[in-house]
Ligand binder design. Sequence first.
Ligand code: NAD
Length: 320
Amino acid sequence: MWVVPEKDIAGLMTPEAAFDAVEAVFAAMARGDARNFPVVREAIGHEDALYGFKGGFDGAGLTLGLKAGGYWPNNQKRGLINHQSTVFLFDPDTGRVSAAVGGNLLTALRTAAASAVSSKYLAPQGAKVLGMIGAGHQSAFQMRAAVRFGNFERVIGWNPHPEMLTRLADTAAELGLPFKAVDLPRLGAEADVIVSITSAFSPLLMDAHVQGPTHIAAMGTDTKGKQELDPALVARARLFTDEVAQSLSIGEFQHASAQKLISDSDVTAIGQVIIGNHPGRGDAEVTIFDGTGVGLQDLAVAGAVVELAKQQGKAVEVEI
Ligand code: NAD
């Protein structure tokens, strides 16, 4: 099997490779060639850790495997990041393990790639202003991908903890774009594309905040109970997601669905737009992509990085 250590991922994986891998796997899901398996997520009763795995099989890309890991809240004291994960790939012809790949940076890259893919298909024409809600670890990756694959002229941002906004200012500076911290009404009025990536458990962006043609990539809600958007905003928007069942159960749309403001058929998998089965934005003023994070995204970027590592002589071969 091949091992690609976490420390080598940054030098191997490109945003373009992540974008292409995620776009391709969303398309494979829409064609019925790829499916995610049920997610396992358990509190293990040790170190307050949440551990789980997300797996799947892409029969078009022939990628089989799982990402195992979770959240260890006490890791920071040990000088480690709290989210820890590893991707394992298996040969779909024989079941033999074929690769173990560090999954921490890949998770940030695949999550950022998903929102960038959604903007490619759903952003209003001529989008120039990027609005960022959230200033944690993921936010910098989100901004980098949005700017790389969009055509933004400036970035505005808001975060529930204002002291963290320096991350957004620094990232915008790195990308050569002006940045301004604003309040949510201004963010909703001025931004053409909004990326939200927080750990909120109650709505931050309200229906009244969002004005004019806008695309929102809601990326923070990946668990029951989390919430970033006003259900009334969800109810008036055209809705897209990575996987419909996951969006309605643990994603942002769980709330509007529970309140019967939307029905299951109101939510379209982004893959349907990618393969040309759905027109996407059409005449909608507001579109929302609910990025819940699926195992197939992890397998897609891990498969891509194994190929890059092999080409560049950086994959370590071990006997198991
Ligand atoms: P982080 O801990 O580095 O930052 C947390 C962010 O959420 C900050 O902006 C912080 O101000 C805000 N926040 C924290 N507690 C809050 C609260 N109670 N109410 C409102 N806001 C709060 O986290 P991160 O690594 O940047 O991840 C952000 C979110 O994205 C998390 O919820 C994480 O689970 C989620 N995530 C989603 C995916 C996906 O595929 N959809 C992938 C990775 C992470």
